[in-house]
Design a protein. Structure first.
Length: 200
């Protein structure tokens, strides 16, 4: 099992064998999720979906358990653990052709389904994911970090650009066969970080 940890004091400094100290007395670790985490993963998905309903934005569907099991088996499901509690989960892939189409040939890490534990609200966990993803991309020979959101949610656009992503615009999906239901007949907002520019 992969267990990536790193340090953060002011401006975060990544060490693949370290830990993050987000604040005095608090230790953060980034680890692969396990099958024992599936219940908590789905609880965080439910919380995220309930929040989406309140905001009247496109809502996540009920994801198949088999999807999460496959991601865990392939070590593509991740979690932030703070003081032995799961604070955030997300998934990664190196291949996302239906959303990124011709750009899928670029060497990239694609991030999906970030879901945070509300008990850790305000800790800027996405910024920690981005910082980790830069190291993860470099260690896997990738040049870009990418993610998408369904629709044109200006709040999310502002948030992700604040976290370091470039907003690449809206794209109407041509083929959503096999994708989760919220992608059906949808346009997506595309975001990207060039790792070489950031680290260079």
């Amino acid at each position: 099992m992969i267990n990536l940890k790193f340090y953060s004091l002011g401006s975060p400094k990544t060490n693949m064998d370290g830990v993050i100290n987000k604040q005095k007395g608090t230790i953060m670790e980034i680890q692969n999720s396990t099958t024992q985490d599936i219940g908590e993963i789905f609880r965080l998905y439910t919380i995220a979906t309930d929040f989406q309903k309140l905001k009247h934005v496109v809502q996540w569907p009920e994801f198949e358990r088999s999807l999460i099991e496959t991601e865990i088996d392939e070590q593509r499901q991740w979690k932030i653990v703070i003081d032995d509690q799961i604070a955030c989960v997300w998934a990664t892939t190196f291949d996302d052709p239906q959303i990124w189409e011709e750009r899928n040939s670029d060497p990239a890490v694609y991030i999906h389904r970030i879901a945070s534990n509300p008990e850790f609200k305000g800790q800027n966990l996405v910024e920690d994911i981005v910082h980790w993803a830069k190291e993860y991309a470099l260690s896997n020979g990738k040049k870009y970090i990418r993610l998408d959101t369904v629709g044109e949610n200006q709040g999310l656009i502002n948030y992700y650009t604040k976290c370091g992503f470039d907003f690449l615009g809206l794209k109407e999906l041509k083929n959503t066969d096999g994708l989760p239901a919220h992608y059906d007949n949808a346009s997506v907002s595309l975001f990207e970080i060039s790792v070489n520019n950031v680290m260079g």
